[in-house]
Design a protein around this ligand. Structure first.
Ligand code: UD1
Ligand code: CA
Length: 471
């Protein structure tokens, strides 16, 4: 493929996006709008990429300079002093592309969804047609604000007429301008120089170069966009919401293609920063956020939020769990309804059951805390068993303290472990204990009032109360 030059129009203010920043730095759920555009242009290996800047240019320029999306681009900035229209914006870029012979691809910074494939196809089509101007078009039912593609009866493109300049008949045209053009460089300069702002908006319209080319008998081609979804521009928070929705669906579709199983893909939100291995199974209503990973064969049952966590192969996260800043080992089980907080490290085949909260806690291979437990600042040895209702009392209102539970230890239900405290390997703690001193290895720790049974006491009380009622 021939080497092209790119011009990206980015002088616009994002007034309706709120704030006073250049619109091009507004962020989708993945990155700034300009980053999306630069990344889809990169595979075309442009000789030069000229970004037309205007409002708060420093902010946009600083962003691009430090963005990894600019890798592979030789970026140059061109200043458009006043926003006099898309034609005037391209005029600002002319000197930067003056030495280039061949195709200039013109795109907008606020249209983040065009794929590299589409842009490559457009450039290839333009070359194949030996066209002077090729416009990327799509079909949309009126009413809409796009420039209409006006064709001669014989089908060839005559001009593009902006919605505000259309007569009622032209307004009914369904074929519209996406905004993306491939233009031959030798035509671009004279065409831009000839623009006049005699239209409803008093602007220099880039689109007017189409009519000029057609009138001169040059070839004007229209390349139809396969998926009109790609043409979405961002002018408002509502548009951004739409774009994010498309990006979300694209990412899930990409994971499905790679072999990840989804029960209800439309209900899941998965950040692009998350890796999910083929063979993982994701239930409904799952959010995977930040720097998380899910291994092969892991199952995330559903209604779960996972942030910055590693879920190892074969692990099972049951319904309704929240996992943040944690590492879940192979074949371990979490939930249902568990709250796994930052600093949790689970080894292999660990079990965290329902209504268990962990924080800064390491549980070694095969350890279990199956029900109703809080483990904070705690280390649990291999195959130790933590009974229901066990609580580490790790905080005295001022400081945190550590609890250490040994290998194979057994903590009876409803135990309070008042930290700092250690329960040795193989030790047993009797149910209902409040443990304030270390329990040695293989010992029994009991810390509760001794039970006393009073024979006949209940019966005599009952008889006494019955007889007083009769009186
Ligand atoms: C433009 C097209 C229209 C097309 C539509 C697709 C023209 C005259 N019209 O209309 O045919 O259907 O896009 O979305 O080209 N910009 C500058 N400087 C300016 C003006 C615009 O950099 O002086 C940038 C904007 O920041 C934006 C892009 O160019 O990124 C498009 O400008 P906008 O005003 O939104 O064009 P539309 O009126 O939507
Ligand atoms: Ca627009």
């Amino acid at each position: 493929m021939e080497q092209i030059c790119c011009v990206v129009l980015a002088a616009g203010i994002g007034k309706r996006m709120g704030g006073d920043l250049p619109k091009a730095v507004a962020k989708t759920r993945e990155k700034a709008l300009i980053d999306h555009v630069l990344e889809s242009l990169a595979p075309l290996k442009p000789k030069k990429t000229v970004i037309v800047v205007g409002h708060k240019r420093e902010i946009l320029e600083d962003h691009v300079r430090s963005s990894k999306s600019a890798a592979g681009h030789s970026v140059e900035f061109a200043l458009q002093e006043k926003q006099l229209g898309t034609g005037d914006a391209v005029r600002s870029a002319l000197s930067a592309v003056a030495s280039h012979k061949g195709t200039v691809l013109i795109t907008y910074a606020d249209h983040p969804l065009f794929t590299a494939q589409t842009l490559q196809d457009l450039v290839a089509f333009h070359a194949f047609k030996k066209a002077t101007v090729t416009v990327l078009t799509f079909n949309v039912p009126p009413p809409n604000g796009y420039g209409r593609i006006i064709r001669h009866e014989d089908g060839h493109v005559l001009r593009i007429t902006e919605a505000k300049d259309c007569n009622p008949e032209e307004l009914l045209t369904r074929e519209v301008n996406s905004g993306i053009f491939a233009v031959d460089s030798s035509f671009l300069k004279p065409a831009i120089d000839s623009l006049v702002p005699n239209n409803a908006q008093g602007e220099y319209y880039l689109t007017d170069i189409v009519e000029k080319a057609a009138k001169e008998g040059q070839t004007v081609a229209a390349f139809p966009l396969g998926n009109p979804e790609e043409a979405a521009g961002v002018n408002s928070p509502t548009d951004m919401h739409y774009v994010n929705d498309v990006l979300k669906r694209r990412h899930v579709a990409h994971l499905r293609e790679s072999g990840v199983l989804f029960d209800s893909p439309d209900t899941c939100t998965i950040d692009v920063s998350v890796t999910v291995e083929p063979g993982a199974h994701i239930g409904p209503n799952v959010q995977l956020r930040g720097k998380s990973s899910v291994g092969a064969g892991a199952i995330i049952e559903g209604t779960t939020l996972i942030i910055d966590s590693q879920i190892s192969p074969g692990a099972l996260i049951k319904l309704g769990s929240r996992v943040e800043g944690a590492s879940i080992g192979e074949l371990s089980t979490v939930g249902p309804f568990a709250n796994v907080r930052p600093g949790t490290v689970l080894g292999k085949e660990v079990r965290i059951g329902n209504f268990v909260e962990t924080k800064n806690t390491t549980m070694r291979d095969g350890a279990k805390a199956s029900h109703l437990t809080y483990l904070g600042d705690c280390t649990v040895g291999e195959h130790a068993n933590i009974g229901a209702g066990t609580i580490t009392c790790n905080y005295d209102g001022y400081n945190k303290a550590e609890t250490t539970i040994g290998k194979g230890a057994f903590i009876g239900s409803n135990t309070a472990l008042v930290a700092p405290v250690t329960v040795g390997d193989g030790a047993i703690v009797a149910a209902g204990s409040v443990i304030t001193r270390d329990v040695p290895k293989d010992a029994l720790g009991v810390a509760r009032a001794r039970q006393e049974n009073k024979d006949g006491w209940a019966k005599s009380r009952r008889e006494q109360l019955e007889s007083s009622k009769k009186k």
